[in-house]
Design a protein around this ligand. Sequence first.
Ligand SMILES: Nc1nc2c(ncn2[C@@H]2O[C@H](COP(=O)(O)OP(=O)(O)OP(=O)(O)O)[C@@H](O)[C@H]2O)c(=O)[nH]1
Length: 417
Amino acid sequence: MHMKPPSRTKHRNTLRERFAKLLPPLTFAEPLESQYRNWHTDHVRERVKYTMLPAMGLLLIVSMAGGPFRELRAALFAPDQMVIVDVLRFGVLLPTCTAMLLVTYTKLYSRWLTFAAPAVALLQSLCIVACDLLMHRQGYSLSSVLPMLVLSAYMLFGMMQGQATITATAIVVAYGLAGWVAGLNTGQRLFDLAMTSVALVLGFFFHYSFSRTQRLNWFRNMMLTDSVHRDALTNIGNRRMFDAHIDRLWNQAIRTRAPLALLLVDLDHFKAFNDHAGHQAGDHCLARVAEAIAQSARRPLDVAARYGGEEFVVLLFDVKRDRVEELCREMHSNLAALQIPHPASSVGPYVTVSIGAACVEPQAGRNHDGLIQLADEALYAAKEGGRNRTVVMDREYATLKTGAFRVPRKRERTEAA
Ligand SMILES: Nc1nc2c(ncn2[C@@H]2O[C@H](COP(=O)(O)OP(=O)(O)OP(=O)(O)O)[C@@H](O)[C@H]2O)c(=O)[nH]1
């Protein structure tokens, strides 16, 4: 009987699968991976800053200071090598130290960390490898420092696993090649290479387990934050999320002098819907309506949330009255397109909503209570007007007292103190 030989691709696939089982890949599916990377760059800046500062301070003291360090340099390097040492100090070590401090200290440059970290780690390590080669002529060696260099590429620069491994491997290869080109003692070189390779492997596993735990914690944290701010039935934001968001957006709107709009959306005769179709059908209806409402809040600063029961809220940043009216029309027609039967409604055969919209320009002397109050009054007017309609209010805000501070905030605080 003719046996078909196992195909190479299949063999390769099983090997890859086995490897992936042993070391599961450290990546999330998009867009989670991009979110994680953004968080990582921001978060790692602080950690890198506090590990880089002492390391670089030490490096600068050793390479710049006079006194015993000058004597040490004179002993380690031959006089004709001093020019090269100076080029390494002032041409590479000092500029890369400054660049790295700038990247970790200034938030503005933190997105450069991804490029700066491997470049700086590699350049500085190559400098130290070059010093090692120069020192061999005087009978000294930096052998003991080399494994530390490899480990520092994993630990000090806040790099991702792939970047850190490539950088650390490049350091080991550079050392091997440099020693070979310079014709160093083979025994010593092999021993150094073995030690740096051990550091390479140990660093890899340390970094892998650290990154894995960090990723899992980030993911767990994100899920937790998400569930705290999400309404379980409708899967849109909940009241807690809305309260936090309106607070921030109100202040932002004052700073940028941007108008805000608030839409209160209430299902018409929903009690009758529940009584007629049952509570479960009511739940299903709420979820579908929420999905349609959330389509109106697609810009980054806009938000849609369940305000409570069968009432929803949409907060829109930097919109004019015309656009608000247009969005409300869209919301009514999106909902009509769903055609959710509501035989117990006096408004029509399908589920409808009433919308109360308020458009205001936030001012420093008021809080957002007035905005909510105005939207509530507009909703009441829409219900009174026969339901399945929108009422928009804006000018009424001037006469509204809700949310206006009786005394300026500053004076209130001084008096309280
Ligand atoms: N199925 C379901 N019903 C809910 C939920 N939350 C609130 N409700 C119901 O929503 C109904 C709200 O009733 P009402 O406040 O009288 O409002 P309405 O019947 O819509 O009357 P109008 O707003 O004046 O048109 C109540 O019967 C609540 O039980 C929920 O999570 N699921």
